[in-house]
Design a protein around this ligand. Structure first.
Ligand SMILES: Nc1ncnc2c1ncn2[C@@H]1O[C@H](COP(=O)(O)OP(=O)(O)OP(=O)(O)O)[C@@H](O)[C@H]1O
Length: 412
């Protein structure tokens, strides 16, 4: 096919997912999706986004449609989308564009149908007539390639007659689904460097949560690479929302103190309670609505229901666990799909592994846990950790690991 004969798409037509069922919230959802799409496409300066009641239109103005569609695939709240061509409001222009589409997409005999929608009711050709005339025209043009099948066609050419032109499309590409990030409010994600929490963050964002990452790190017990890895995971996940705030919380003093004062079987339980206290304090301070983590039921000692009961005792805030019921293999498959897996398995020490006792209690006792904690100056420890936090705004595609290229290369 000659380059100059290719279909020149002029816009991407975006269909909303669950949005359309959200009643009076619908306008908020559409406005938010419009803002999120603009953010995702900000580097395409010529692109214009129009978020309307029933559809969102991305006007390309010459931007590369493949690149634009690639970015759209990561925006939650989009059910699917179609690259479309806008032509003048005449039958001749519509027919010429449809011919190009068939030439480009069809190289063996198939069935097809025309599906017309007309929102400009003043346009003289109605939907029935357009389906009939355009279908007939294409059959005549491509007698050996095309056959009509209105029930199960291989190819559907959609024609939309709108006020500002006639739009033709034939491909429908699956979007990311979910709800626009930001429509569900803010959540605090406890992000380790592991496999599970990035997947949990992705799933929370998919349901419209605007995430801030909380990461506990323990220098000198953990390396700068462990911190860089958590930031790199955040940069990966930022492609679903443009940017994500990353809050690093120093955790070494707490771990040292807990290790010194609490019996070994309860080290893990008390450490987790301290983490949750800190996450809860940050959630309140930063107007979040819930804490998220990457726990999956029964995976390890801290993730039994008995443990969750005792750890959760320190806060009334909801602690949401998007991967709770997933098997490890399912979590890994998702991690690969969102491209966090390779980062997660890099072998940098996490703050928990350093202080993990050989055999933590799988069924800790709540009263005993509270009693051991009386040995600690909880308020002082929490205050000093919160005084030491550092907040950075991390953007999609930023690079943290390769700044330490030598160390990184050694590990590969
Ligand atoms: N250093 C950390 N910073 C922030 N959150 C953490 C940290 N370590 C653990 N968490 C939180 O606690 C959850 C359980 O951690 P744990 O290490 O027991 O499990 P895991 O199954 O290995 O999870 P992950 O793969 O997410 O690390 C994590 O999913 C995460 O939400």
């Amino acid at each position: 096919m000659e380059g100059d004969e290719l279909v020149e798409y002029t816009e991407i037509m975006v269909r909303y997912g669950e949005l359309s069922t959200k009643g009076h919230n619908k306008k908020n959802f559409i406005d938010r999706l419009g803002a999120n799409v603009r953010k995702a496409l900000h580097r395409f300066e010529q692109v214009k986004v129009h978020a309307q009641r029933d559809r969102l239109h991305v006007e390309l103005n010459g931007a590369n449609y493949d690149q634009v569609m690639n970015r759209l695939k990561d925006v939650f709240g989009i059910q699917n989308f179609s690259p479309s061509i806008r032509v003048d409001k005449t039958f001749a222009a519509t027919a010429a564009a449809a011919v190009k589409m068939v030439q480009e997409q069809v190289d063996h005999p198939i069935t097809f149908k025309i599906n017309t929608r007309r929102s400009d009711h003043k346009f003289p050709i109605d939907t029935f007539e357009m389906n009939d005339r355009l279908g007939g025209y294409l059959l005549q043009k491509f007698p050996d390639l095309l056959k009509v099948d209105v029930h199960h066609p291989d190819l559907t050419i959609r024609v939309e007659i709108r006020l500002n032109g006639i739009f033709l499309s034939s491909e429908t590409i699956q979007g990311a689904g979910g709800l626009p990030v930001g429509t569900a409010g803010k959540g605090m994600m406890m992000l380790s460097g592991g496999i599970d929490s990035p997947v949990a963050a992705y799933l929370g964002m998919k349901r419209g949560v605007s995430m801030e990452m909380v990461h506990f790190f323990s220098p000198p017990y953990t390396s700068p690479q462990a911190l860089a890895k958590a930031k790199q995971l955040t940069a990966k996940l930022a492609r679903y929302s443009g940017s994500i705030r990353f809050i690093q919380v120093p955790f070494a003093e707490i771990q040292e103190t807990v290790k010194e004062k609490v019996p070994e079987g309860y080290l893990m339980t008390v450490q987790r309670r301290m983490m949750l206290r800190l996450a809860a304090a940050l959630t309140m301070k930063r107007h979040g609505l819930a804490i998220f983590n990457g726990e999956s039921l029964g995976q390890v000692a801290s993730q039994t229901m008995e443990s969750m009961l005792v750890i959760n005792d320190v806060t009334n805030l909801p602690v949401l666990r998007p991967v709770l019921s997933f098997d490890k293999t399912e979590i890994i498959a998702l991690a690969k799909q969102i491209d966090t897996y390779d980062l997660s398995i890099l072998p940098y020490e996490d703050c928990c592994t350093v202080f993990t006792p050989p055999s933590p209690k799988t069924k800790p006792n709540l009263e005993r846990t509270r009693k051991y904690e009386q040995r600690l100056d909880i308020d002082g420890l929490i205050k000093r950790a919160l005084d030491g936090i550092k907040i950075t705004e991390i953007h999609n595609g930023e690079d943290f690991l390769n700044q330490n290229e030598d160390v990184f290369a050694e590990l590969l």
